[in-house]
Write a protein that binds this ligand. Structure first.
Ligand code: SF4
Ligand code: SF4
Length: 497
């Protein structure tokens, strides 16, 4: 037995043995020792979710990382050694949750945004209006106005969102109904969109349909006419940044009656979506599905296609635009997940920054950028990331992990176990009850609202009164400590140039 990753330190002088922590810990770390009349901890089971510490009325709990459990070694880090030990014991693939946690450089953190000085005055967002509403969907290349000044160009359906920040896809099943509903309520109040994920839509969410992108993934879980009818857009999921090249997996234990009914599968069976769509092996096949969905929705809804960021995303996106899609979501390799093999999550795919820049450039070079909107996702962490993504070419940015954090998630990476102590990534009724949808939705709404205000601040500092002026405005970005080749791909200059 090796030392655990975390130590739970209980200050017995402060502890008044209320036992609240034992009830709150869903990983069975803490228990009451009757003989000694004190709380005892099994450190081996601790995942540092911090639920116990946050609920302790005495502030008596400290979670510490056991940094010195192994002798230091730059190559054989404690994590690598622990992974090997776990695999030697189980013979299995390591499964994990949340986004890539290896220390790859984050390009967003090496890009800075310009600001106005002297000759081009900035705008005060508190005193002057700054427009951030965004339209998602195909745009005409030019507008033809008739002799009677009527518009002759046929405008394909677009969705207007009041902020370019949307909530990305997370499925009912990966999170429970209360959490899914909280996200839908927040998206609706903020005038933006959320993604249904691949698990269908519970009827309780139908009323928020105007603010939901319904997803059609390879497993086709929960896809039926009503589902397509209630959504404001339909997204075909080809790939996901956290696990490019593989399908999804919802363990049977999480497939409760309601989830089974929504997904249209038997109760307690594993919901496995295959790696490929078994009817899509070419751009022509994809085009057929796009037009089948357009037919089904009377050509009234934009059809999105989501791909994972990979080295040839630009060529793939070009094909998707030509196949008739109205928007493309590109999901970078730091994107979140409820469950993925650790090897896939940490080592496959590429960062969103370079994928987005190369897709946008390719579509512009080919003169088809207007054919699709671009949505960037995969570790959008702040309004700064949103602004940088827009300047790199995105029409909108999608985030999920920040919304989960707003609801209480502490990124403990245990989502795949179904015992989320914060009542989010769990379908256990006793744990799900911990999440109040009203409170959670208000917190997610507050987050979107705060980011939107910050985005307006950035636009004002850039002397722009509309987000449209920032789109593909790479001249206002500069790289710090980025190599020349990557600067070329990002199509931005180095700071000082
Ligand atoms: S919640 Fe705090 S005060 Fe209550 S038993 Fe646990 S450590 Fe003690
Ligand atoms: S959703 Fe829950 S289980 Fe998943 S990372 Fe957040 S706190 Fe942990």
């Amino acid at each position: 037995m090796f030392p655990p990753q975390f130590s739970v330190v209980i200050d017995n002088d402060r502890c008044e043995v209320c036992k609240r922590c034992t009830v709150n810990c869903s990983f069975e770390v803490l228990s009451y020792n009757e003989k000694e009349d004190r709380i005892v901890a099994q450190d081996q089971k601790c995942v540092a979710c911090l639920r116990c510490a946050s609920k302790c009325p005495q502030g008596a709990i400290t979670i510490k990382r056991n940094e010195i459990t192994f002798s230091p070694h730059p190559t054989w880090t404690p994590e690598i050694r622990l992974d090997i030990i776990r695999q030697a014991e189980t013979g299995g693939v390591l499964i994990t949750g949340c986004g890539n946690d290896l220390y790859y450089p984050c390009l967003f953190d090496r890009i800075v945004i310009d600001a106005c000085q002297v000759t081009n005055p900035s705008i005060d967002p508190l005193r002057e209006p700054i427009e951030v509403c965004t339209y998602l969907g195909k745009k005409p290349k030019q507008l033809i106005i008739g002799d009677d000044f009527s518009l002759e160009t046929e405008i394909t359906p677009n969705i207007m969102i009041e902020t370019p920040i949307i909530i990305g896809h997370i499925s009912y099943g990966a999170i429970n109904l209360r959490a899914h509903k909280a996200l839908a309520m927040a998206a609706s109040k903020a005038g933006t969109l959320m993604g249904s994920g691949e698990g269908g839509l519970h009827p309780e969410l139908y009323e928020f349909g105007d603010h939901i992108i319904v997803q059609v993934a390879s497993g086709r879980f929960g896809v039926h006419s009503k589902y397509l009818e209630v959504g404001s857009a339909v997204e075909i999921k080809i790939g996901q940044g956290a696990k490019p090249g593989i399908g999804g997996h919802l363990p049977g234990e999480k497939v409760s009656e309601d989830i089974a009914e929504t997904r249209m599968i038997p109760v307690h069976t594993d919901a496995l979506s295959p790696a490929p769509h078994h009817d899509i092996y070419s751009i022509e096949d994809l085009s057929q599905l796009i037009y089948a969905l357009k037919e089904e929705t009377d050509y009234m809804k934009p059809i999105f296609v989501k791909i994972a960021a990979v080295h040839n995303s630009a060529a793939i996106a070009s094909g998707i635009a030509r196949a008739g899609a109205d928007a493309i979501t590109i999901d970078g390799f730091r994107g979140g997940t409820g469950a993925a093999p650790k090897i896939i999550r940490n080592h496959l795919g590429i960062p969103i920054e370079v994928a987005l820049a190369s897709v946008d450039k390719r579509l512009r070079d080919e003169g088809i950028r207007n054919e699709v909107s671009l949505i960037a996702s995969g570790s959008i962490r702040s309004a700064a990331d949103v602004a940088k993504a827009i300047a790199l070419g995105a029409d909108a940015a999608a985030m999920v992990t920040p919304a989960l954090i707003a609801m209480g998630c502490t990124v403990c990476q245990q989502c795949y176990r179904g015992t989320c102590a914060w009542g989010i990534c769990t379908t256990r009724p006793d744990l799900a009850r911990r999440l109040d949808p009203e409170v959670a939705s208000r917190r997610v709404y507050n987050l979107i609202s705060a980011w939107t205000t910050e985005l307006k601040e950035v636009l004002g500092a850039l002397g722009m009164n509309a987000v449209e002026s920032l789109r593909y405005n790479r001249e206002r970005l500069r790289g710090v400590g980025i190599d020349q080749k990557t600067l070329e791909i990002l199509d931005i200059k180095a700071a000082g140039e």
